[in-house]
Design a protein. Structure first.
Length: 441
């Protein structure tokens, strides 16, 4: 995306990117965080004048005039030089329009007054408004499968951050053994369907978000495909199908009537990976059945739906960022990881033997919180484009080796049974070995 400098009324360097001058006269801008900051050589000193003048009080032509006036000793410096430097700074994401209108209510401006500056800080694309990313989030429609530890923390983050719509799916009831790590539930929720308790907590957290849910178990890839296809209940013209498990005495799970604010969404920027279907993103935080990630990979590829997943295997916490057609799919990554780990398996031996497969799921509030936090970060990045991620990878951390960051990235495999060049197995293909060695949510 290109934003011409002259569309900015009063350009300024983003406050979070405040520049300073190094001892050798260079201009450092964008903070010294790796991945954001830049250093600009400035032997004549006019770049420093430029960034100081871009303080949000002048229009672009006045900035240019000020720079030329301040440097009469540089007869070769032209207005075009200064304007081009301003355009380069804008393209690099260091500039915003101080006069851009705030396109949200006062309530939203206050509620998101700490989150929007962080998005602005991480956003390296040229934007007309620092609220662009927040508006993309507000129009986003998310399907969340699993509201336990990972899913609970992720849901909390997404709802607190102001996602537009969140539909939650989970088959379980709240048990005492959940309460060491699942943030949406209280002792008073024991025995209640998780989805019922989760909806109450999430709606109380942010009533501006449309939170819906259903108690439902995914037993087959077709269940997941149907969920994705049908969308959230309030979007349906008919009541839920017979046979969809609903807990007795469950409160009405439909959206509160005042929730959708579509009129406000008119003209809002699109999410980076627009979807044709009912959702913009699947957030997978379930660990049952064992093959659910494999199913999600195939179903989402068939539906052209971006998805993220996260979980833990003991102290190893990871999240995956997947966009159909963009880089390696989940199965490509998994095959690459099995090769990388050099498990020294015999031919035909399943990689599941290399990891303990337990009837319980070792986890604490720390591993679930990290897992859910990484999952929410991946979701927010795909929905807002901030930060811009190149999909097709897993990232995370190993709590046993905090200095050893986890990054799994492999090229797409031409022989991948899902995204490879051969015939595609399709959404219903559950094939392959079990995902026993995969992370748990
Ligand atoms: Zn693949």
């Amino acid at each position: 995306m290109t934003v011409p400098v002259d569309t900015l009324r009063r350009p300024r360097i983003k406050p979070e990117h405040r520049p300073y001058r190094t001892i050798d006269g260079n201009v450092r801008i964008g903070s010294v965080i790796h991945g954001i900051g830049a250093e600009i050589e400035d032997p004549q000193g006019w770049v420093w004048t430029l960034v100081e003048t871009m303080d949000g009080t002048r229009e672009p032509s006045a900035v240019v005039g000020e720079v030329l006036r301040a440097h009469p000793e540089l007869p070769d410096l032209t207005a075009e030089d200064a304007r081009q430097a301003m355009a380069d700074l804008l393209d690099a994401g260091f500039v915003e329009d101080a006069a851009a209108p705030v396109p949200v209510s006062e309530r939203e401006r206050l509620r998101y007054s700490r989150g929007v500056p962080l998005l602005r800080w991480m956003d390296l694309g040229p934007r007309t408004s620092p609220w662009d990313a927040q508006l993309r989030l507000r129009r986003a429609r998310v399907l969340l499968v699993g509201v336990g530890g990972t899913g609970g923390y992720a849901a909390q983050s997404l709802v607190a951050s102001g996602v537009g719509r969140l539909h939650c799916v989970d088959p379980d009831v709240v048990e005492l053994s959940n309460l060491n790590r699942q943030p949406l539930f209280r002792e008073s929720d024991l025995g209640r369907p998780k989805v019922t308790a989760a909806l109450a907590t999430l709606r109380a957290l942010n009533s501006d978000v449309t939170v819906t849910g259903e108690r439902r178990e995914i037993r087959h890839p077709a269940d997941l495909a149907e969920l994705i296809r049908t969308g959230a209940p309030e979007a349906q013209s008919e009541p839920k199908r017979a046979g969809t498990p609903q807990a007795p005495n469950e409160p009405n799970q439909a959206a509160p009537p005042q929730a959708p604010n579509d009129p406000k969404q008119a003209g809002a920027p699109e999410v980076p990976y627009p979807s044709r279907g009912s959702y913009d993103l699947l957030v997978l935080a379930a660990d049952r059945p064992d093959d659910i990630r494999r199913w999600a990979n195939r179903v989402c590829l068939a539906a052209d739906l971006p998805w993220v997943d996260a979980g833990y295997r003991g102290p190893l916490v990871t999240a995956g960022v997947h966009v159909p057609g963009r880089g390696a799919c989940w199965e490509c990554l998994r095959a690459g990881e099995v090769a990388r780990r050099e498990l020294r398996l015999a031919p035909g031996q399943d990689d599941g033997v290399a990891s303990p497969h337990l009837p319980w799921n070792p986890a604490t509030a720390v591993t679930a919180g990290l897992s859910g936090g990484l999952l929410a970060h991946a979701a927010l990045a795909l929905l807002t484009g901030v930060p811009a991620l190149d999909p097709g990878f897993r990232f995370g951390m190993n709590l046993m080796l905090p200095g050893d960051p986890v990054l799994q990235r492999s090229p797409r495999r031409p022989d991948c049974p899902v995204c490879g060049d051969g015939p595609v197995d399709g959404a219903t293909g559950a094939g392959g070995a079990t995902g026993a060695a995969g992370e748990r949510a």
